[in-house]
Design a protein around this ligand. Structure first.
Ligand SMILES: [Mg+2]
Length: 304
């Protein structure tokens, strides 16, 4: 445990330093308030701090006040040293935000006991900060997993729907175009029935990787379920969406799947947001386009 001692009186500072070192602590020293504050502003600095109340430069209570303002999940433990013995100086020390105080001249065993308490609390703070950090990153992972399709790594339906509501209302407010591409792999049941679900899953993954490669960063490519996919294209009119759909269709057709022994193709529907559309009506129209593509012989792009 590293402890910062800020004390302008050299004999006291040396005595404190030698005592704490003898008790097994690492010690950093500052001879005035400005030096102490400089050390505390370093990204890595002692969290256990013994501060003299009166020092040249920034005084003890002001350092505590500044520390309290900037510290986050990993607070400092501050012991203020006062010369006065009045109850008032004790109250002032604690009111300034200090955790504890000690009166000079101090008794060595009392100092040791108070530093031990500070050390214990600092370790608890550190353990707590570590747990908070782990909890926050776990929450982030859970948040991510809840929105990702496990097999393909694309957005799942929940993620699509959440983003769709936001993107649609923004498109409507700013009068920007918004298009959807609805996709269904052709005769996919035959792949599963003939070669099994493992091969079927590999085809779904290959197609998803192709989507990830071909869409822009702002597009939301999602697995809608089974062998159905949907792509949301903000700031895109239906002509550009249909051109992208055609590029995906032709790429998929031309790059035979390494997983499936026979060529798998896909059908595409494209629709653009129109006045009066809501989420449901736009999805209905893009699905109608997809059914038309299926009905007209599959492996094609139909725009409504
Ligand atoms: Mg002093």
């Amino acid at each position: 445990m590293n402890i910062l001692i800020a004390e302008d009186d050299a004999p006291s500072r040396f005595m404190l330093q030698s005592l704490l070192t003898k008790w097994g602590y690492d010690v950093t020293v500052a001879a005035d308030g400005d030096e102490a504050w400089k050390i505390l502003c370093d990204p890595v600095h002692p969290l256990l701090v013994i501060l003299d109340w009166l020092m040249p430069g920034i005084e003890g209570p002001e350092i505590v006040r500044r520390l309290r303002m900037k510290e986050g999940n990993n607070p400092h433990y501050v012991i203020i040293m006062t010369s006065g013995t009045s109850e008032n100086s004790l109250a002032l020390a604690l009111d300034s935000g200090a955790d504890d105080f000690i009166t000079k001249p101090f008794n060595n065993s009392e100092l040791r006991a108070r530093v031990n308490v500070g050390c214990r609390i600092t370790r608890l703070h550190e353990a707590l900060a570590e747990k908070i950090y782990k909890l926050e990153s776990a929450t982030e992972t859970i948040f991510e997993l809840a929105r990702t399709d496990e097999l393909t790594g694309l957005h799942n339906r929940r993620s699509f729907n959440e983003t769709f509501t936001l993107v649609l209302s923004s498109a409507r407010r700013h009068g920007h175009p918004l298009s959807l591409i609805s996709i269904d792999l052709d005769h996919f049941k035959t792949v599963n029935d003939t070669y099994g679900h493992t091969i079927g899953d590999m085809v779904l993954k290959e197609f998803s990787d192709l989507l990830k490669d071909m869409v822009r960063i702002e597009d939301v490519a999602s697995r809608w379920g089974g062998e159905e996919f949907i792509i949301m294209l903000p700031n895109t009119a239906s002509e550009a969406a249909a051109a992208l759909a055609e590029r995906i269709r032709s790429n998929f057709e031309q790059q035979p799947s390494s997983a499936s022994p026979f060529a798998v193709t896909a059908s595409f529907g494209v629709a653009q947001l129109q006045n009066g559309d809501d989420e449901d009506s736009l999805i209905r129209r893009v699905d109608d386009a997809l059914y038309t593509a299926k009905r007209e012989g599959r492996n094609r792009v139909v725009t409504v």
